[in-house]
Design a protein around this ligand. Structure first.
Ligand SMILES: [Zn+2]
Ligand SMILES: [Zn+2]
Length: 155
């Protein structure tokens, strides 16, 4: 197959929507596979979902934030007897912001899932580090924190 946009380039990639042959220079990653630039063009309010680099960076920041942020929050809550609700929410917000920046402000389901799972993993880390019993308020704050992270990355 020859690329539609670059007739001198041999390729075996095709658009998942229209089946047009495309080469790596043209392909656009979407939730439903790779597409040609034409089919991947944003519809309505839909914004770009980013390049593979954005996905990798968002994932890296999510993992780093889960480990480092979770440890930090856990240590903090060990010594603080108050403010766990607002600190947990703040953690969710910061995770969303950090991942959003890493993704160069691209949004979409991929980033929401990465963000939500990272915050969840970070809070699990917090629970492990802090130990002891947790109030229902902390659990509630945890649910809110995951929602806050995901909302920041919503399309
Ligand atoms: Zn297409
Ligand atoms: Zn091409």
């Amino acid at each position: 197959l020859k690329c539609t946009y670059h007739p001198d380039v041999e390729t075996n990639l095709t658009c998942s929507n229209c089946g047009k042959p495309i080469c790596p220079k043209d392909m656009v990653y979407t939730a439903v596979g790779i597409k040609c630039p034409q089919c991947a063009r944003p519809v309505g309010r839909t914004r770009a979902r980013g390049k593979p680099r954005d996905h990798v960076l968002a994932l890296a920041v999510g993992v780093a934030g889960a480990v480092a942020g979770g440890l930090f929050l856990g240590e903090l809550l060990r010594w603080l007897s108050f403010g766990s609700f607002i600190l947990t929410l703040g953690y969710g917000y910061l995770m969303g912001e950090a991942i959003s920046r890493a993704a160069r402000r691209n949004v979409g389901l991929f980033y929401q899932v990465v963000g939500g799972l990272s915050t969840l993993a970070g809070l699990a880390m917090t629970v492990l580090v802090r130990g002891g019993a947790f109030s229902p308020f902390f659990l509630l704050a945890g649910v809110f924190a995951v929602a806050v992270t995901a909302a920041r990355l919503r399309e």
